[in-house]
Design a protein around this ligand. Structure first.
Ligand code: BDR
Ligand code: CA
Length: 328
């Protein structure tokens, strides 16, 4: 069965890859955008350009420009000035739809009741506001699979991952929603990365693959300079794996809570993986029942190859910038 999916994103190199990967294997019914890797103006333009590059006619709804607490901070410009530096993208063939992302999420979930999987791969502000605005949304969704959080070290602080750190209050609403939840965090996604040879394979491919080669050449350099990593992490497509290639990631059920304090642990995803053998000791018992399937292991090379195959195999006859009328 082909799952219906809506991606909430902030493209973003890996967000762009997630859009391609979802469109290749799933029924991608919409894309909503949020601030994050760059301003929401830029991430929206980037989402539209990526869809134009891929020749896809999928609605894009623009969303929030700041987190629930109003303070928007960049995550260190990892993705460059445009939010997706490294290659020239075509001008968007069309604009966003009239609806705000929050309403678009609600309406799409209502339309596809019981079938739609929501994949937030940027800060979770749109999703949290949608859950607040429409109490039935939790019933309508089949599940939420996020790229966010970590069971180990973070990237934006020692313990927090960027998407959760950007809006911990929004993440808290999502993690308390009682919707079937998958969390694919940095502990797994950092292992799913493109090495120099992978980037070269893309750069020697067709028109679409070459664009991705340029993007990931840039992204790999950034991650090397900023985080000392050797590979360009494919964080965001990992959130789609439960519905595309479920055997490639192993999950563990656990209670997960978001740290909302203003101290050094703000934005931490606190996962309770303890194997308690007794429930009798009140003071050490889990604070809540398991609310999440947390990604703990990945067949990293197989997953990289699966994502590469989707990019390298993308048909080159898709209409691109030619669809845009040139200014006189
Ligand atoms: C997440 O933050 C962004 O840089 C990526 O697009 C990904 O969603 C990784 O922490
Ligand atoms: Ca992202």
């Amino acid at each position: 069965m082909m799952h219906k999916v809506l991606i909430d994103c902030d493209p973003g190199h890996d967000d762009a890859t997630a859009i391609l990967y979802a469109a290749r294997h799933l029924d991608l019914v919409g894309v909503t955008t949020v601030y994050g890797n760059q301003s929401v103006d830029k991430t929206t333009a980037n989402a539209l350009s990526i869809l134009t590059l891929l020749g896809l006619d999928i609605p894009v709804a623009r969303g929030c420009d700041r987190p629930l607490n109003g303070i928007f901070r960049h995550g260190g410009d990892v993705h460059g000035k445009t939010g997706i530096d490294g290659a020239e993208l075509p001008a968007p063939a069309r604009g966003p739809v009239d609806a705000h992302a929050v309403d678009f999420i609600i309406d799409t979930a209502k339309q596809h009741r019981g079938e739609l999987v929501l994949c937030p791969i940027g800060p979770f502000t749109n999703v949290a506001l949608a859950l607040r605005k429409e109490p039935q949304l939790a019933r309508w969704l089949r599940g939420i699979s996020v790229m966010g959080g970590t069971t180990q070290i973070g990237n934006t602080t020692p313990v927090a991952e960027f998407n959760v750190w950007s809006d911990p209050e929004a993440a808290d609403i999502v993690f308390r929603s009682d919707i079937p939840l998958w969390m694919v965090g940095l502990n797994v996604t950092r292992k799913v990365g493109l090495c120099e040879q992978d980037v070269a394979r893309l750069s020697e491919g067709g028109r679409v693959a070459r664009v991705f080669g340029g993007l990931f050449g840039f992204f790999r350099n950034q991650l090397r300079e900023i985080h000392g990593l050797d590979t360009a992490s494919l964080h965001d497509p990992c959130a789609l794996v439960p519905f595309i290639a479920p055997d490639l990631i192993t999950y563990r059920q656990a209670p997960v809570e978001i740290e909302l304090g203003q101290g050094p642990a703000r934005g931490m995803t606190v996962c309770d993986f303890r194997n308690l053998t007794t429930r009798k000791l009140e003071n050490i018992k889990p604070r809540a029942p398991a609310n999440c399937s947390v990604a703990v292991e990945v067949e990293d090379r197989a997953l990289v190859e699966h994502i590469l195959a989707a990019i390298l195999g993308w048909p080159d006859h898709a209409p691109a910038a030619a669809a845009v009328p040139s200014p006189v």
